[in-house]
Design a protein around this ligand. Structure first.
Ligand SMILES: [Zn+2]
Ligand SMILES: [Zn+2]
Length: 243
């Protein structure tokens, strides 16, 4: 059967809910079957595959490349770099398994894996501290606190930087100006809206909702939860405390 984009998105969401023990497997399968017309076996493969990606283990049933791309991207945004690394490991093992069966090759999946591997390399150089933080806080697989998933969306970040450039919105530091070629293009991106107030349908607007900030100012913005606003931090920096 043809797996539509809508099916992929719903299967990912359902797999995540099962993984986080928000939904039971049987209920998730019922939902994918009756609300999205997915074949129950396929729905099960998509949920099982997600679990294997999260644990870095080989899965046996192939997803199409659109679904694989969607899973990689969202695992990265929802769970961070270590989780993405696991997913790539699982997918690599899958490709080797599948190709070993002699039924053809999975070149499109291979090139996706390579693309995300280079993304890991880039992201590590932007958020080096990110790797040291625990990915999972015991119960419930909580997300990390510092860099939220909208700030880790590589596409949204690229658009934000394209619009605002790479100068810090708080202190106006520019790494290229200070460190020359080494610093060229380096900047964090901060998400302005409190994550707790965003609805399920929220999609980040890279120009309205994101701003480039240097890692120092970024850390200071997140010293409060919900984070300070850019103008509040600017005021503090000048030595004028708000109110
Ligand atoms: Zn700054
Ligand atoms: Zn931030």
């Amino acid at each position: 059967m043809k797996i539509t984009t809508e099916m992929t998105r719903s299967a990912y969401a359902a797999a995540k809910d099962v993984y986080e023990r928000i939904t039971k497997l049987g209920d998730a399968l019922d939902h994918l079957e009756s609300d999205f017309g997915m074949n129950r076996g396929t729905a099960n493969d998509y949920i099982y595959g997600f679990n294997k990606m999260m644990s870095g283990e080989r899965y046996k049933r192939t997803f199409n490349s659109e679904a694989t791309d969607y899973y990689f991207n969202n695992i990265y945004m929802d769970y961070g770099l270590c989780a993405l690394r696991n997913a790539l490991q699982a997918a690599t093992a899958h490709v080797e398994y599948y190709e070993g069966l002699g039924r053809g090759n999975l070149n499109s999946i291979r090139s996706l894996i390579a693309e995300y591997q280079s993304l890991i390399f880039t992201e590590q150089s932007i958020y080096p501290d990110d790797l040291d933080e625990p990915e999972v806080l015991l119960e419930g697989h909580k997300k990390r606190v510092f860099v939220n998933s909208y700030e880790r969306n590589p596409r949204a970040r690229a658009k934000c930087v394209e619009h605002y450039g790479t100068t810090c919105s708080v202190c106006e530091m520019n790494f290229g100006e200070v460190y020359g070629e080494l610093g060229q293009g380096f900047i964090h991106v901060h998400h302005l809206l409190p994550v707790s107030q965003l609805g399920k349908e929220y999609e980040v607007d890279p120009v309205l909702d994101l701003r480039p900030v240097c890692p120092n100012c970024h850390a200071m913005l997140h010293r409060r939860n919900p984070p300070l606003s850019i103008s509040e931090l600017k005021e503090m920096k000048k030595g004028i405390r708000p109110r």
